[in-house]
Design a protein around this ligand. Sequence first.
Ligand code: NAD
Ligand code: PPY
Length: 357
Amino acid sequence: GMETVIEHWDGRVCCSRYDAETGAFLTVAIHSRQLGPATGGTRAMAYPSRELAVGDATRLASSMTHKMAVAGLPMGGGKSVIALPRDRREIGEADWHRILVLHAETLATLNGSYWTGPDVGTSSADMDVLHGLSGGYAFGRSEAAGGPGSSAPETAHGVYVGIRESAREVGISDLAGRRVLVQGLGAVGMDVARRVAADGARLIASDIDPLRCEVARTELDAEIVAVDDVVSTACDVFVPCATGGVIDRRVASTLETRVVAGSANNVLADDAAADVLASRGIVLAPDFVINSGGGIHLVGREVLGWTADEVSLHVERIGRTLAEVFERARTERTSTDLAARRLADDVLARSTQSVAS
Ligand code: NAD
Ligand code: PPY
């Protein structure tokens, strides 16, 4: 029921609307505006229930608050979820445009309290439409429309930097010959796969899309594993780049890896998973730290006026930040996940700009 799904919610506003014509159920969650206007992408996919869609929006929104705080960006956390009646690829052009019009209407209503961006199921082309129709409250427009383009390359850059730092934490200074398992060969995962393959890693990969697996097999010499076999496949570094909820306490207790470091938001399915990983000596790079490269790209370019080179330098700092998180986890004897949350909470507590919270 609803209670178990949104029990965690300690944010400011969560609003939803239903569109009978397309069957879409749209939710925007604003978790915090303490550090600045709330921001976070729009996710469009099918959900088993409205409750699970709202639960995803609220959980992802609070993760964005942590992400912005730890990355040192002057923004709060929010997220949009568009729960579709069927798979995104099966939604026609006209229906999809109508859905974007409705979402833009909500963005306009929120009047700058929340700025969206791309996420799973939405693209830079969609941001062009949302930006135009909402009055400008969308990051990540296409370069043709004057935006900074996809955030995926900088996300992948940050994940790669984070993989190197996390591996170092378990004594792996070189990825050559190491088994790196990439789950999800999308915009981020395929880019990360190319980077680790270039370092000489033994790539293992999985995707629900056989064509993407074929690309990784032929171009990167990847060994392909079935989607259902991913969490039981032994590796040195596990890189989840598909959707969230991959590691629950049971998976955490059996996962045969030394490091978990990928882009997927909310990769942990329950509260116990982080402690189980820590107790087994598996180093987890907290998702909202390691996947902040895309946010750094969007907010850096569009709010702070950074160049692509300045963005890249800030993304490199994810390595330092992770080292700080790992050190804190060691000294405070906590999971890395809790250590990163404490780091974010420290940033929020230090901020004096509390009027608009
Ligand atoms: P994407 O849609 O391009 O790629 C996701 C890939 O995962 C697809 O190829 C899909 O077929 C595959 N997939 C889905 N379910 C799977 C499963 N069960 N097993 C294996 N593969 C599966 O998305 P993306 O932009 O690459 O993002 C990947 C993840 O990283 C998402 O969780 C997203 O929220 C997160 N993330 C992305 C960014 C960004 O800038 N793109 C930033 C932060 C976080
Ligand atoms: C994410 O990082 O999960 C996002 O949703 C991408 C994003 C980041 C910052 C602003 C807008 C979208």
